[in-house]
Design a protein around this ligand. Structure first.
Ligand code: NAD
Length: 263
């Protein structure tokens, strides 16, 4: 049993910040070459890429594919296979959020959330599975959410997309089970990344309370532990799912949510 990923080739979507960057860092730390992806300022992305390469001694590349564009996703998978000689680990992680009641939800925000949070996962799996089947080994980790299992108000698109990710994960797991490939979703509770910071700031502003006070209220509303999950804890779960020890975990929705979905 080993979690040593030396020689493995990984692609992590949405890895210019937050959970994706933490997972990419952990995978490179365990010995994998990593293709980064995501939005952001070119100089900042290059600093992240070069920093990770220096820190881990692995090959770290960046591809700016837009997750709303299927052709760019397929081209990024193909480029990863060409540059690294194959793709063994695919982490479909890019995601966005928007909150409003269903009757006020702008249709273009619905379309964008479904495209990035769900449809991009399909396009990534579609492009990566044939190579994994050919080599007889693969790991697909999809970042779903506690909102892939339960709902909250004002998150119709996000909850629909994340429930979709949990379902899609199960189908890909069944179709790849005999090929040495696993496909699982990770369901984090609150992690204090950019996507959540925006929600805390908006709520604090609306109530006229300090940001830290609202952060405590937000996490306490959902998580019995009243504690944020850290990106490093999510990255450790991702690393475990990529290890030999996890070869019989497939089709699972792995929660890490301080007890949120146990209620
Ligand atoms: P984040 O905003 O830091 O990261 C989102 C990443 O997605 C960034 O790298 C961003 O550039 C990328 N991205 C957004 N739109 C893109 C596009 N069109 N094309 C390519 N990349 C794009 O937030 P995060 O919390 O790290 O989110 C990562 C994932 O974790 C998301 O799928 C999110 O839904 C999920 N998640 C987060 C939490 C949380 O509490 N933070 C909880 C559960 C699930």
């Amino acid at each position: 049993m080993s979690s040593d990923l030396a020689g493995k080739r990984a692609l992590v979507t949405g890895s210019t910040s937050g959970l994706g960057l933490a997972m990419a860092t952990a995978l490179a730390g365990a010995g994998a070459d990593v293709m980064l992806n995501g939005l952001g300022e070119a100089a900042a992305i290059e600093a992240t890429r070069a920093g990770l390469e220096k820190k881990t001694g692995r090959r770290i590349l960046f591809d700016g594919a837009d997750m709303t564009r299927p052709k760019e996703i397929a081209a990024m998978v193909e480029r990863t296979e060409t540059e690294f000689g194959g793709l063994d680990i695919l982490v479909n992680n890019a995601g966005i959020q928007f909150t409003a009641k269903v009757e006020d939800f702008p249709p273009e925000r619905w379309d964008a959330i479904l495209a990035i949070n769900l449809t991009a996962v399909f396009h990534g799996c579609r492009a990566a599975v044939p190579g994994m089947k050919e080599r007889g080994w693969g790991r697909i980790v999809n970042t779903a959410s506690a909102h892939g299992l339960v709902a909250s108000v004002e998150k119709s698109a996000y909850v629909a997309a994340k429930h979709g990710v949990v379902g899609l994960t199960k189908v890909v797991a069944l179709e790849t089970a005999e090929h040495g490939i696993t496909c699982n979703s990770i369901c984090p509770g609150w992690v204090r990344t950019a996507i959540v910071e925006q929600q805390i700031e908006a709520r604090a502003k609306a109530k006229g309370v300090p940001i830290e006070e609202e952060a405590r209220v937000l996490v306490g509303e959902k998580s019995p532990s009243r504690t944020f999950v850290t990106p490093e804890q999510i990255a450790a779960l991702c690393l475990f799912l990529c290890s030999d020890a996890a070869s019989q975990i497939t089709g699972a929705a792995m929660t890490m949510d301080g007890g949120w979905t146990a209620q």
